[in-house]
Structure formats: C-alpha cells, structure tokens
Design a protein around this ligand. Sequence first.
Ligand SMILES: NC(=O)C1=CN([C@@H]2O[C@H](COP(=O)(O)OP(=O)(O)OC[C@H]3O[C@@H](n4cnc5c(N)ncnc54)[C@H](OP(=O)(O)O)[C@@H]3O)[C@@H](O)[C@H]2O)C=CC1
Ligand SMILES: Nc1nc2c(c(=O)[nH]1)N=C([C@H](O)[C@@H](O)CO)CN2
Length: 237
Amino acid sequence: MSQSPILVTGGGQRLGRYCAERLHDDGHPVIITYRRERPAIEALRARGITALYADFSSEAGILDFVARLKAQTGALRAIIHNASHWQRDEDSPSCGEDFALMFQVHMQAPYLINLHAHALLMACPEPMRDIIHITDYSAAHGSRQHMAYAATKAGLENLALSMAGRFAPDIKVNAIAPAGIMLNAEDGDDYLAHLNRRSALPAVPGPRVIWQGVRYLLDSPFVTGATLPVDGGRHVK
Ligand SMILES: NC(=O)C1=CN([C@@H]2O[C@H](COP(=O)(O)OP(=O)(O)OC[C@H]3O[C@@H](n4cnc5c(N)ncnc54)[C@H](OP(=O)(O)O)[C@@H]3O)[C@@H](O)[C@H]2O)C=CC1
Ligand SMILES: Nc1nc2c(c(=O)[nH]1)N=C([C@H](O)[C@@H](O)CO)CN2
C-alpha cells in the first residue's frame, strides 16, 4: 500500500528540514512549505521531497496554500505545524503588526489548515493519522522578552487540545514544546551559557531530539491531546 504524504510547514531549514529529511529516510512521502526559494529547497526536491510555496502572514495566503496542497495530494498521513516567526517584543510602532504576524503564523495557519485539510487526513487509508503542533516551553511558562511569541504559541498549544477532542478517534492531535534546541547565528557563547543555566540537562542538543518526539507521536496509537516537553528539564531547574 503506497503511503500518504506527511506535510511539514516551514521545512526548508533547521528543525523542520531535519524532521522532513528523517521522515523521507523512513520512507514517508514528504511535502514541505517554504517562502524563499533557495539552494536548500532545491536540495530537498532533489531528494524527492515536494516543496510548496506558502506565506502564512495572511488568511488569503493560507487559503491559497490549502488550494495548492489539495491539488498536490488527495490524502495526508500527518501534518506537522513547524513554521514560526520568532520575534522579541520591541518598543516600536510595529509591535502590533509583529503580534498580528505571529498570530497568523502560529494560530490562524494551523487552525485553517487543520480544518480545511481534515478531509485529506480522513482519506488516508493507513491505521493512524496525526497532527503535531510544534509550540514552545514559553507557551506554558511565559516569556518576559517574547510575550507575543509565547502567547501565540500558547494559543497553538490550546488548539491542539481542542482539535484532539474534535478529531478523535480518527486523528491524533499532540504538541511538542521545545526549549533551547538550536542556536541562531547571532547567538554567542554568553547566550549558550544562559541556556545552560536554565536547563537541567546540557542545552542546545540539536534537532534530533525533536525528531525523536515526532517519531514517537506518529507511532503511538494511544496518545492524543498531549504536550511533549523537549526542554532539558527546564521546569525542574
Ligand atoms: N530552535 C529552537 O531552539 C526552538 C524552536 N522552537 C520551535 O520549533 C520550530 C522550528 O524552530 P526553528 O527551526 O528554529 O525555526 P526557524 O525560525 O529556523 O524556521 C521557521 C520556518 O518557518 C517558516 N516561516 C516563518 N514565517 C513564515 C510565514 N509567514 N509563512 C510561512 N512560513 C514561515 C520559515 O520559512 P522560510 O525559511 O522558507 O521563510 C522557516 O523555515 C518553530 O516552531 C519554533 O518556534 C521552539 C523552541 C526552541
Ligand atoms: N521560529 C523560531 N522559534 C524559536 C527559535 C528560532 O530560532 N526560531 N529559537 C528559540 C530558542 O529557544 C532560542 O532561544 C535559542 O536559539 C525559541 N523559538
């Protein structure tokens, strides 16, 4: 039986790309979304991964993507909502726009895609179907420097709870709440030290720990409505 594809939003780099490549290695057909054409996207295509353009910054952009997704496939094994805009709370005139953008990407896109792609998941003939929301440790704990980001990730986490109840028993819906997984180019040694001070286990483990969570949730027939913390035990530090 040919397998139905797994959709990874924002799969062109870092955690999303790593999970997309491991899913492909495991034999799943994979569809990723990207905004910016670049060599990494071409490299993924060369591996046989389908790349669809998507800009989730507006409802029209989300619905445009859904239409192209439906033209691409008649079924989905899973949807992994990884796409994210990470922005500090700036004391600037644009802070309202920043909040709105993170609402669009972290909440409206997963909400609309899950509802409009529900039929694609239901068309999957495999025994299990999944939705996984990649949230953040800060969703349950807040963040003094990333309030809008944390609030919209909390909304994403709450959507997973609601949709787990709405879509059961046909589709499992879970969240993974990471913290301090990968650094960014601008992060220096002082920031790494900061992350290690906040973590009970050595911080910045890299994307494999998120992939392990994704694989676990996809393979577990009895887990839904859960949030898997992948945060180095930050809450016990
Ligand atoms: N890295 C870490 O340590 C942690 C990560 N997380 C979460 O894990 C997930 C992956 O993290 P990471 O790989 O670092 O994330 P990145 O910020 O590196 O990548 C996010 C992806 O989302 C896409 N994206 C951003 N804005 C939009 C938009 N408006 N429309 C469509 N796509 C968009 C980007 O696509 P493109 O590049 O094509 O523009 C990008 O590839 C995220 O949800 C993040 O919040 C949580 C805690 C820690
Ligand atoms: N979309 C993103 N969200 C987050 C990132 C990121 O790079 N992109 N990074 C974090 C980490 O906790 C950061 O502190 C270490 O790089 C949180 N969310």
